[in-house]
Design a protein around this ligand. Structure first.
Ligand SMILES: *Cc1c(COP(=O)(O)O)cnc(C)c1O
Length: 419
């Protein structure tokens, strides 16, 4: 459930008509619902109340400081994948004791920064990384807590670009090699092995990949304990899907019912890294129709938002529902491509979509845009990045200002010889 609903034919975020946001802030802009964010976090966190756990919000889904502060207040930690994300997490007040660091390519600088802030642990993805981590920790006179990321070779049955737990994927260490890697880790003086990690992909709409991959991890935990390695944390990653179109993903309660019994007697802390399921349906991209045009083969609705603002349709062929902000009964249903101003044929928000006929000036809401929306935005075609707005009840808060033209050239220099 989310808080973008029609009131007297006007699409609202909580108590605020989206038309008011368009008028005050302009379009395009991202709009997040405070109430939805809180409800989604609590639904997830609450589902696991029977087991000791840490929810480490996967901040690559949405890393706005206000969103992160809200998560911190709700008791969330963070799953980070770069030093930049660590910086943001700390700025937002997320305690380092709840920060876990994943990613196949952590640089020495990034490792140093994370060790200096004493994050909970590194989710290590290769033996090269283990050795580097050991070296950097030695230089700093520290011990790095680590979990090894296991690639359980489970097909999550999702889009190949967001599938991460198959043999051919760059992520993690294969289950067969895991025991050897753990041996190596235990032999390194500045490494403290504390956990096992896995994350098999995103937008999962079925429980079985979660359960099957966890079972593989648990077999490993048993073997590790038998050889004397004390595993205190089991990190099952993120990946729970949401409804974009007609998917019916499991509720966090269902996930917990499947997972919690398997881990509850292990005397481990369960770590989870949900991203999309918390923020996806808590945000929309608000856009205005600029023009319509009848092509030879198609009708186009040209809007002021583009692939640089929301790349998921172009990148993954992702479906986002598009709703008119003013619901009218007069509009007939037509099949259109909703496209942006960027000079690429791949610039579209919807293809062959049956929707109420839109006219120039109309406002549209691109739904389910709270995850992997703004965080993947770019300045392509020198388009300033759009603002982010958080609505709380009847209040509108701009939580990131619209970029200005000056922002586009910040840091660029014309060298002396060209002056
Ligand atoms: C992206 C990612 C997540 C979050 O995935 P969602 O599908 O948004 O829940 C969690 N853990 C890791 C390691 C990731 O890379």
């Amino acid at each position: 459930m989310h808080d973008f609903q029609y009131r007297q034919s006007e699409l609202c975020c909580e108590e605020v008509p989206l038309a008011r946001i368009a008028k005050e802030i302009g379009t395009p802009c991202y709009v997040y619902s405070h109430a939805t964010l809180v409800r989604h976090f609590r639904a997830f966190d609450g589902a696991f109340h029977t087991v000791p756990h840490i929810v480490a919000f996967a901040m690559k889904a949405n890393s706005n400081l206000a969103v992160l502060r809200l998560m911190a207040r709700e008791g969330s930690g963070a799953d980070i994948v770069s030093a930049g994300e660590l910086y943001r997490a700390l700025q937002a007040g997320i305690p380092p004791t709840k920060i876990v660091f994943a990613g196949v390519g952590k640089s020495r600088e990034e490792i140093r920064y994370a060790l200096a802030t004493d994050i909970l642990m590194f989710n290590v993805e290769s033996s090269d990384e283990l050795r580097t981590l050991d070296e950097v920790a030695a230089e700093m006179g520290r011990r790095a807590r680590v979990a090894l990321r296991i690639n359980p070779d489970i097909d999550p049955k999702t889009h190949p670009y967001i599938s991460t737990g198959l043999k051919k994927s760059k992520f993690g260490i294969s289950a067969d090699r895991a025991l050897d890697e753990f041996k190596l880790a235990s032999s390194l003086p500045h490494i403290e092995v504390v956990g096992v990690h896995k994350h098999i992909g995103s937008q999962l709409t079925d429980l079985s990949p979660f359960v099957d991959s966890l079972k593989k991890v648990l077999t490993l935990v048993e073997a590790l304990r038998a050889q004397g390695t004390d595993i205190r944390y089991i990190n099952i990653g993120g990946g729970l899907g949401i409804t974009y179109d007609d998917e019916t993903p499991p509720h966090p309660d269902d996930l917990s019912a499947a997972i919690s019994p398997l881990v509850k007697d292990l005397k481990c802390v369960l770590i989870m890294e949900p991203g999309r399921v918390i923020v996806g349906n808590a945000g929309i991209l608000l856009t205005r129709v600029l023009y319509t045009k009848e092509g030879d083969a198609k009708r186009f609705v040209i809007v002021d938002a583009a692939m640089n603002d929301l790349i998921r349709p172009s990148l993954y062929g992702a479906y986002h529902e598009i709703r008119p902000v003013h619901e009218t009964s007069r509009a007939k249903i037509v099949t259109v491509d909703v496209v942006g101003p960027v000079c690429e044929s791949g610039d579209f928000l919807a293809k062959d979509r049956a929707m109420p006929d839109a006219r120039p000036g109309d406002l549209l809401a691109v739904m389910s845009a709270g995850a992997y929306g703004f965080t993947m935005a770019s300045n392509y075609n020198s388009r300033p990045r759009v603002p982010e707005v958080m609505v709380r009840g009847g209040e509108i808060h701009v939580v990131r200002a619209r970029e200005e033209y000056a922002d586009l050239v910040r840091g660029e220099v014309i060298p002396e010889f060209l002056r």
